[in-house]
Design a protein around this ligand. Structure first.
Ligand code: SF4
Length: 348
């Protein structure tokens, strides 16, 4: 049975015409029910004839993940643990920051990149999420919270560019005006800079935001923090970012997880300034969120201020991101703390 949650509008129209032998306009109705009203029962799609509803129900499903845990932080951030059909558990986060409500989505169960400060990376790679599984996280959080989600970031578990076909489907679906309609400019895709990733994002022809997990502009330090960067020269990454600036006309966000004694020195700040020169960018500093089992420390407030002081006023924009949801391990780098989250028994 096909899960229609994961079909873009064009794919759905093709399926409706070719497989269901229905008129193309039915795709508009069905897409609206699935993605606008987030209906999961074909029987409730009341402007579609009963015969057609039955036909749809016999050929397709509209799945939602099973919610296994919802944890709310003192700062309002909520972390959701969702179980997928094969027992994999993934995590997604809802971050209120009025007037915005941002959903942080996972794209893989585990991750191949193994960044040294990230719990998800440590748990290893298990599989890619399908387009339907990526989209369904958003709809599940929207329906459980009851609040309108305004923004989406692909910064949860996994490297989006390592599963780009399915991520591209999700981008198309959630920005489609016939569905939940979250504008491309309100959606950000994060990457460590895998080769070809930026080009593929640009090929969508949409103005999606781009965030790069830089963490250091000193090659040896970056290799230590982001091991896959051994095959990702900073010069090539910069070319990609310049191309993004030029083609999209938007600045790129440089994510920088500040770790005590690792990448918080004046030399690291200088390298960051040099790397950023010529780009349209914003630097987002994230003081490291401690992860049990990792021998890394959060920098002191003074160190963060000193590092920020090196960057000002030589950088276009620098923000120090408030850590959200750290008390429920929902902050950056902390997802996957359920202990290698794999195949929890369904009875849990
Ligand atoms: S930081 Fe992102 S890319 Fe790196 S291991 Fe964690 S999930 Fe993967």
């Amino acid at each position: 049975m096909i899960d229609l949650t994961g079909l873009t509008f064009d794919e759905l129209r093709q399926w409706v015409v070719n497989e269901m032998d229905m008129k193309p306009f039915r795709a508009v109705q069905i897409f609206g029910w699935i993605h606008g009203r987030r209906e999961t029962a074909f029987s409730e799609m009341t402007d579609i004839s009963m015969v057609h509803r039955k036909k749809l129900a016999s050929a397709a499903v509209l799945r939602r993940p099973e919610t296994v845990e919802v944890r709310k932080s003192a700062d309002g951030t909520t972390k959701y643990a969702f179980m997928l059909d094969d027992g994999e558990v993934i995590e997604s986060v809802l971050i209120p920051d009025r007037p915005r409500l941002t959903a942080c989505l996972s794209t893989q169960a585990g991750c191949r990149c193994r960044c040294s400060f990230c719990r998800t990376g440590l748990s290893g790679f298990r599989r890619n999420l399908s387009t339907a599984e990526i989209v369904a996280q958003l709809y599940a959080m929207q329906d459980i919270s009851g609040d309108r989600i305004s923004n989406v970031v692909f910064m949860g578990m996994g490297e989006p560019m390592d599963n780009f076909d399915n991520v591209a489907g999700a981008l198309s679906i959630i920005s489609d005006e016939r569905g939940i309609c979250i504008g491309a400019r309100k959606i950000t895709v994060s990457t460590v800079g895998l080769p070809g990733g930026v080009d593929r994002l640009l090929a969508t022809g949409r103005q999606y935001g781009l965030a790069v997990s830089l963490h250091s502009a000193v090659p040896e330090t970056r290799r230590r923090l982001v091991p896959v960067s051994v095959s990702l020269p900073l010069s090539k990454l910069k070319k990609d970012l310049l191309k993004y600036n030029e083609k999209i006309g938007r600045r790129v966000t440089l994510e920088y997880c500040l770790i005590s004694g690792v990448n918080d020195s004046p030399e690291e700040a200088e390298a960051l300034i040099r790397f950023a020169a010529g780009l349209q960018y914003k630097i987002n500093l994230l003081p490291y969120n401690p992860v049990e089992g990792l021998n890394l420390e959060r920098p002191s407030r003074e160190t963060v201020e000193r590092f920020t002081g090196y960057l000002y006023p030589r950088c276009q924009a620098v923000t120090v991101r408030r850590s959200r949801g750290a008390d429920i391990t929902a902050a950056c780098g902390q997802l996957g703390l359920r202990g290698g989250v794999r195949s929890l028994p369904r009875s849990d």
